[in-house]
Write a protein that binds this ligand. Structure first.
Ligand code: HEM
Length: 322
């Protein structure tokens, strides 16, 4: 979507990403991280993507949008339905996650249009375009659905990549266990080295010169943030994970320009809290060698997609903290 329509729609998101909203999200995220970890802590082993990172990222967006906590389990059941046994066979066949979101948000927002409420959904229902016009409910529903698409899997893959780095690199893990203030820098370097968005796509509307090349109108351009983030002209020794890298924040994992990711601040908070709680609730963390092979001969499966760089699964072992 291009301006001016894009500017108008994006403005509706304004109230969701204020510093105050981020603080409220943070309070919820500490509780949520612990709740997720409680589910597997005593077993000493977990598949990180489905057992921790996905439900964590999903319920973060639900909370951001003001979905009542009483509905969270239902959201999880329907939106992470691929989890074994989450839905019965009949339910799974009948469940299209987009239909589910559509129905839920149409109900929430229509209800708040008729009975205004002082909550996040109420504010979204009352939000207006810059010209003061009230959007159709369907536009808001689309936006809410889009946030689940944009903000869930991305963050889930980032957290999973982070746990893998820590489990593979004992020195790094020890440093973060000893000093939690380093976790912010860790997340930043993780975004640079292992950012979950593999490709952003653009369609040229006019013939354009780019870095000395002519790109004809109508060309689909695939922008690769991961390649830019490992540009040796920008980042010294770019393939090394360097916790002390001074310019790590110059990465483009969240894009640039008018479409830059509005969820970046939230994703950073999620990454920091998820990693911090995982380290606090465990005393050791290692890769499960039965599933991924021994040190030096590891094998990891990535999702076969051009859009996302993400592990398809990650099995780790740990010792629960007392
Ligand atoms: C590690 C996590 C995340 C990464 C790496 C990421 C990355 C990106 C990138 C690269 C873009 C720009 C795409 C483009 O220019 O074509 C983008 C856009 C977007 N992201 Fe994120 N994102 C993350 C998390 C989130 C979260 C948590 C949310 C919401 C809660 C979110 C919402 C959005 C939205 C709405 C857009 C579209 C913005 C626009 O077109 O104006 N993202 N994201």
């Amino acid at each position: 979507m291009d301006p001016p329509r894009h500017t108008k729609i994006r403005r509706l998101l304004g109230g969701l990403f204020t510093p105050r909203r981020m603080e409220e999200s943070e309070d919820f995220l500490w509780r949520l991280a612990d709740r997720q970890i409680d589910e597997f802590l005593t077993t000493g082993t977990v598949e990180v993507l489905h057992g921790f990172a996905q439900p964590f990222a999903l319920l973060t967006i639900a909370d951001l949008l003001g979905v009542p906590e009483t509905d969270h389990d239902d959201f999880r059941r329907h939106l992470l339905a691929q989890q074994v046994g989450a839905l019965s066979e009949g339910e799974a066949l009948a469940t299209n996650p987009l239909d589910y979101l559509d129905t839920k948000f149409t109900t929430y927002l229509t209800d708040r249009r008729t009975h205004p409420q002082d909550d996040v959904l109420g504010a979204l229902a009352a939000a207006t375009y810059p010209d003061g016009q009230l959007p159709e409910v369907v536009e808001l529903v689309r936006l809410a659905t889009f946030l689940f698409g944009a903000g869930q899997d991305t963050t889930a893959r980032l957290i999973t990549a982070g746990i893998r780095h820590l489990a593979e690199t004992p020195d790094l893990q020890a440093a973060l266990r000893a000093d939690h203030t380093l976790i912010g820098d860790f997340v930043e370097e993780l975004l640079r080295m292992d950012g979950p968005v593999k490709g952003d796509f653009r369609l040229t509307r006019t013939t354009t010169e780019l870095a000395g090349r002519t790109v004809p109108a109508g060309t689909v351009v695939m922008v690769l943030p991961g390649a830019a983030n490992r540009d040796p002209a920008r980042f010294e020794d770019p393939h090394t994970f360097d916790l002390g890298r001074v310019n790590a924040r110059e990465h483009v994992a969240f894009g640039r320009g008018v479409h830059t990711c509005p969820g970046g601040p939230l994703a950073r908070i999620e990454g920091r809290i998820a990693i911090e709680r995982f380290l606090d609730r465990t005393t050791t963390l290692t890769i499960n060698a039965d599933r991924h092979g021994p040190v030096g001969r590891r094998s990891y499966r990535y999702e076969p997609t051009y859009i996302l760089r993400g592990l398809a699964e990650l099995h780790v072992d740990f010792t629960p903290a007392d």
